[in-house]
Each structure stands twice: as structure tokens, then as C-alpha cells.
Ligand binder design. Structure first.
Ligand SMILES: Cc1cc2nc3c(=O)[nH]c(=O)nc-3n(C[C@H](O)[C@H](O)[C@H](O)COP(=O)(O)O)c2cc1C
Length: 227
């Protein structure tokens, strides 16, 4: 596939087949993603690829704690609730997903069920936990570097017929993830990416989320001066 087709065609996948993802396929995806640029080529990222029983334990305990009203337990700084334009965009994509899944805004039970799916990482067969070296915890570039690696990962997955959803909910209780995935102390858990083969006919998988207009994003300076 051409880069343009992959980048524009990719969507987050929230319904998976149970089929396992072979290690060789993940190695192939990582070998592409690791070409991402990083600050002074520091490559501060690590990926912990979890499946089987350890992933089941993470799903169960993450969900249990979140449903019992435990406080969010993340290892990175969080902004909290989004406001203004950010909140509007958040609500827009949630509305698209709920509509696809036939979930009514007033249907609290089904909304909770959807949130729980998120805490279970949408029951994907594999979870890829992205970390950075702890000594760079205060270095914003390290998060940018990891983000580039992660985007490379989801595009390479799509190119190989796999679906992903980058998933903050799955590491809401990061101490649970740290324990069952055996994350070393000198790394900080930043994000996880659920990965697997997309389930056919799962309505949320067809949702195409909206993007801001290019002219809303870009500001040009000095272009008209050159004649
Ligand atoms: C840092 C980050 C965290 C995310 N966390 C979640 C999540 O917890 N649950 C979820 O359903 N989607 C999550 N997403 C996916 C976004 O909702 C999705 O990328 C966005 O709505 C755009 O849709 P698209 O990926 O289909 O283009 C996350 C994405 C990113 C980049």
C-alpha cells in the first residue's frame, strides 16, 4: 500500500477476532516503526508485548479497580477533563462510536459496558505497552519520540492487515500493568496499543473520525513576501 492510502485509510479498531498475532508479525511491524526519528537519535522507547494469562490479569484488575471507583493511577502527568474545542471533538467521536454501536446517550448501562470494553483493551489478543527510559521522564522530546514510534507502529500494523487502537484506558491502573507485564523500574509506562485482526461486521470498526480543516491547522508566515 502507498503511504497516503495507509495514513488516510487507517482507523482505530475496537472489535477483534480472537486469532493470535504471531510474534514474527509483531517483529516485522516493530522493525518498520523503529525507523521513526528521535531527538539526537536517542530512541528512548521500549515495547512490552503482552498476551495470554498476563494480559487477562491486566484486563481483570484494571477493570475491577476502575469500576470500583479507584482513582486513576497513571505514571505520566494528565491534563484532566478536556474543555472547549477539545471537549467538542472528544464528544463528536464518542457520538459517532455510540451511534455505530446503537448506544443511546441516556442508556447508562450500555455506556458503562462500552467503557468497560475500553478498560479491557477491547479484548484484543495482544497489548503493546509503550514506555520511555525513566531518566527522561521530564524531557518532553522523549514523549514526542515515543509518539512517532507508536504512530509508525499503528501504520505498519494496518499495512500488515492488523488493526490497533492506541488505548489510554487500558493502562488507567498502571501499577497493575507494571506488575503483570514485568515492566522494569527504570522505565515509565506512557501508553498501550491494543492489536489484533479486525472483527468483520463490528460496527465501531467502520467509524471514520473527523479531522480539522487544513487551513484551521496551518498558519503560513512570509510566503506572500517572495513574489
Ligand atoms: C494517546 C491516545 C490515547 C487514546 N486512548 C483511547 C482510549 O482509551 N479508548 C479509545 O477507545 N480510544 C482511544 N484512543 C483512540 C482515539 O480515540 C482515536 O485515535 C481518535 O478518536 C481518532 O480516531 P481514529 O484513530 O479512528 O482515526 C486514544 C488515542 C491516543 C492517541
Amino acid at each position: 500500500m502507498e503511504y497516503r492510502d495507509i495514513a488516510i485509510g487507517r482507523r482505530s479498531i475496537r472489535g477483534y477476532k480472537g486469532d493470535p498475532v504471531p510474534r514474527e508479525v509483531i517483529d516485522e511491524i516493530v522493525s518498520v516503526a523503529k525507523q521513526a526519528p528521535s531527538s539526537m537519535n536517542t530512541q528512548p522507547w521500549h515495547l512490552h508485548v503482552v498476551s495470554g494469562d498476563p494480559l487477562e490479569h491486566i484486563r481483570e484488575e484494571n477493570t475491577e479497580r476502575m469500576m470500583s471507583g479507584a482513582k486513576m493511577d497513571r505514571e505520566i502527568r494528565m491534563h484532566g477533563r478536556y474543555d472547549g474545542d477539545h471537549r467538542d471533538r472528544q464528544k463528536a467521536v464518542a457520538g459517532q462510536l455510540f451511534e455505530a454501536m446503537g448506544i443511546d446517550w441516556g442508556d447508562k448501562e450500555r455506556r458503562i459496558d462500552w467503557a468497560m470494553r475500553g478498560f479491557r483493551q477491547f479484548d484484543a489478543p495482544v497489548s503493546m505497552i509503550g514506555t520511555i527510559d525513566r531518566e527522561l521522564i521530564e524531557d518532553s522530546c522523549a514523549y514526542l519520540d515515543l509518539g512517532q514510534f507508536i504512530y509508525g507502529l499503528v501504520l505498519a500494523a494496518w499495512d500488515n492487515g492488523l488493526g490497533t487502537v492506541i488505548n489510554g484506558q487500558g493502562i488507567s491502573q498502571s501499577s497493575v500493568v507494571r506488575e503483570h507485564a514485568n515492566i522494569p523500574d527504570d522505565e515509565v509506562i506512557v501508553i498501550t496499543v491494543a492489536i489484533g485482526y479486525p472483527a468483520e461486521g463490528f460496527p465501531a470498526n467502520d467509524v471514520v473520525s473527523e479531522r480539522r480543516a487544513t487551513e484551521d491547522i496551518v498558519t503560513y508566515v512570509g510566503f506572500d513576501d517572495r513574489g
